[in-house]
Design a protein around this ligand. Structure first.
Ligand code: PLP
Ligand code: CA
Length: 304
């Protein structure tokens, strides 16, 4: 396309791009919704793509819910045609990684929300049960003898004890160190932010002197999960739509996909242009191929 290259595209350009691609990967927060509120027009866009027979999947680094919860959330917010098979979350992909790639034998110590643990249990992966003992400290607590992986994700009940236990398990070089995702923070309304999984992973990387294997975006593994479940996915036919340059655009580049930045989320077009103009060639992987203000800009392309 003549219009490829970190610039805003409109009407006929969007139409030809949508016609050319047959597989759409959407990031969720900042693209499809903000927390519990759908982006205006997003449901119409997603429903129209699905009805046109396009393949649509969702790739989210939010590890706090199992996939069924996303099906309900999509439905609640008006995305009526989204099915479980279309949802690829960092918790689901972490479960697949532990089960099918490393075939973990033994227990997994999880720093994360109940939703992450539920997704692992559904895949048959045993997790260390945490006793609710207010007097437990790292000096007197029991450590499980058969922990073969530490998995770190967003945890709204994080304690110092959990970090300390994870650090102890990671002393064993045979214990794997995985992170659902490496997102640094997430925007909340009113200018507040939520520290992301990446901030917890960083704490454990310092304590252990090790580097975590990241499962979610921008790692390629999520795309491998998609490719193994949808036959004949051709990267050249895919469009990755996201709101965060360092996560979503890099993910697309890592997987050989065309990328689109939508300006309803974290990153601004000026940051993309800075990466484009940077002398550091690794920064060029963060530059989107296309930019739109919102995915609602797709809507005219569905009109006759
Ligand atoms: N992780 C958590 C805990 C979040 O709250 C969010 C966004 O709200 C994300 C990850 C990022 O999700 P996504 O990849 O859909 O933007
Ligand atoms: Ca996002």
């Amino acid at each position: 396309f003549g219009f490829k290259g970190c610039q805003k595209i409109r009407g006929p350009q969007i139409r030809s791009l949508l016609e050319a691609k047959d597989f759409f990967l959407f990031d969720c927060d900042g693209v499809i919704w903000h927390g519990e509120k759908a982006i205006t027009g997003a449901a119409k866009v997603v429903n129209a793509l699905i009805r046109q027979g396009k393949n649509v999947v969702f790739v989210t680094n939010n590890c706090t819910r199992p996939r069924e919860n996303y099906v309900h959330k999509f439905c609640r917010l008006g995305f009526t045609d989204v099915m479980l098979e279309q949802i690829f979350s960092s918790s689901y992909c972490s479960a697949l990684y532990l089960r099918d790639v490393v075939k973990v034998r033994g227990q997994v110590f999880v720093i994360g929300c109940d939703g992450l643990r539920r997704e692992l249990l559904e895949a048959g992966i045993p997790c260390v049960e945490e006793a609710d003992d207010p007097d437990a400290t790292i000096y007197n607590c029991a450590l499980a003898p058969d922990v073969k992986a530490v998995l770190v994700g967003h945890d709204d009940k994080l304690t110092f004890l959990k970090l300390a236990k994870a650090s102890c398990y990671l002393r064993d070089p045979d214990c794997l160190f995985l992170a659902t995702d490496n997102d640094p923070w997430h925007p909340l309304s009113g200018g507040r932010i939520l520290p992301g999984s990446g901030s917890l992973t960083a704490a454990l990387e310092v304590a252990s002197g090790r580097k975590a294997t990241v499962i979610g975006k921008p790692s390629r593994f999520m795309f491998e999960c998609i490719s193994s479940q949808f036959r004949g996915v051709d990267p050249a036919q895919c469009l990755m739509v996201g709101d965060r340059l360092e996560v979503d655009m890099l993910f697309g580049s890592n997987c050989g996909l065309d990328t689109m930045l939508t300006l309803t989320g974290v990153s601004q077009i000026e940051e993309a242009q800075e990466y484009r103009n940077s002398d550091l060639s690794t920064n060029h992987s963060l530059v989107p191929d296309y930019v739109v203000d919102t995915i609602a800009d797709f809507l005219p392309a569905f009109e006759e």
